[in-house]
Write a protein that binds this ligand. Structure first.
Ligand SMILES: [Zn+2]
Length: 365
């Protein structure tokens, strides 16, 4: 089956995800698929790329803006496949079909296999049964204590999330840094994504508050934490199909009951992650919190961090370079294209990840 893969957006920079795949199915028909349809990371109306003509289907990896924000521009006749947890976040006018969280279905004559990607609630990686396999990671993380990463089948061609570039600091170091940066006099505000990291941080603080952490400074208390009301709550584990959370999380979350939200808790976890709106936006404006960002920093947050009015400590939700290397080994691929990052020096990437690394946005075979 000849195939053409084109990274329309997301190659060479952190940009909205949109990957076009054209191939023939087992009946000999030409099939045109789009993997993700991302919108602007800066909240701009222009997503910066055009939707290809004559698409047969769009497959969505997860519900973040840079993977679904371009969907309002899609012709509503084109089927959009997403997992049940992602579907509520899609524009209402679309023709939505269900993608399994883990399993294989056939879409326009192509075998599509998915598995949990360890990055967000209901987020998946996608494997297409074209020749010896095409793997697209979506956004993935192998360090999450909340969401599992399912081992994928092997694939000849891999398109993998490399949002952090060559960064290689493990989560354990970030956790240490967060402990040391907590204020003892002000509420510590973490503006976090409501659908994932909020609960992961809550689980981490909770695990220490009940005395599980041997290395905790006794002067620091972790039990006084609150979770924004618009965040996924611990009881989501009770209402979700088994397998969407790690076994560790399934056990830990059932014993967690967040206290009612209040503005003076020692640790406040709430959205939005960029501090524009919601409780986080309101509390930042109030000026009474010690603010710690853990993800993407918009311009106002960068300025605050530069002026020492806020702090930044990365909480890994994308792979380190070591975890990219492990995934490439598991996939046994011949070609691997790192996405959502700038590749300044291809030989350095090849030195770290092997000779399979390529830096071209179009692959034809
Ligand atoms: Zn994401």
């Amino acid at each position: 089956m000849p195939a053409r893969i084109e990274v329309i957006s997301g190659f060479g920079e952190k940009a909205p995800a949109a990957i076009y795949v054209q191939t023939t199915n087992k009946s000999g028909q030409t099939v045109r698929l789009l993997l993700d349809a991302g919108g602007s990371l800066e909240g701009l109306p222009d997503k910066g790329w055009n939707i290809p003509d004559n698409l047969d289907a769009v497959l969505i990896s997860h519900d973040h803006q840079d993977h679904i924000g371009g969907l309002p521009d899609l012709d509503k006749q084109i089927p959009v496949y997403a997992t049940p947890q992602v579907q509520p976040y899609l524009p209402k006018q679309l023709t939505v079909q269900t993608l399994p969280n883990k399993g294989t279905i056939e879409i326009v004559g192509i075998a599509v296999t998915t598995g949990n990607a360890g990055h967000s609630f209901g987020g998946v990686w996608i494997h297409l049964g074209i020749d010896n396999g095409l793997f697209y990671s979506g956004d993935f993380c192998k360090e999450s204590e909340l969401f599992p990463f399912d081992p994928p089948p092997t694939a000849d061609i891999a398109l993998i999330d490399a949002s952090y570039g060559l960064y290689d600091i493990p989560q354990s170091r970030s956790k240490q840094a967060i402990r040391h940066s907590l204020s003892q006099t002000q509420p510590n505000l973490f503006p976090v994504p409501q659908s994932g990291r909020a609960l992961e941080l809550a689980m981490w603080f909770h695990s220490h508050s009940i005395g599980n952490g041997q290395d905790i400074d006794n002067r620091q208390r972790y039990d006084n934490w609150v979770l924004g009301e618009d965040c996924i709550q611990p009881n989501a584990v009770l209402t979700s199909p088994k397998g969407l959370f790690t076994t560790y999380a399934e056990q830990a979350l059932v014993t967690m009951t967040p206290p009612p939200f209040n503005d003076n808790a020692h640790i406040i976890l709430c959205g939005d992650p960029e501090g524009f709106s919601g409780d986080a936006g309101r509390l930042i404006d109030s000026g009474h919190c010690h603010v710690i960002y853990t993800g993407h920093l918009p311009a106002h947050a960068k300025t605050a961090v530069a002026n020492d009015e806020a702090h930044f400590i990365r909480w890994n939700v994308h792979p380190t370079i070591s975890d990219q290397a492990t995934l490439i080994e598991e996939l046994q691929c011949s070609y691997c294209l790192p996405l959502f990052t700038k590749i300044n020096d291809l030989s350095e990437w090849q030195r770290r990840l092997g000779d399979t690394i390529i830096d071209t946005p179009i692959i034809e075979y």
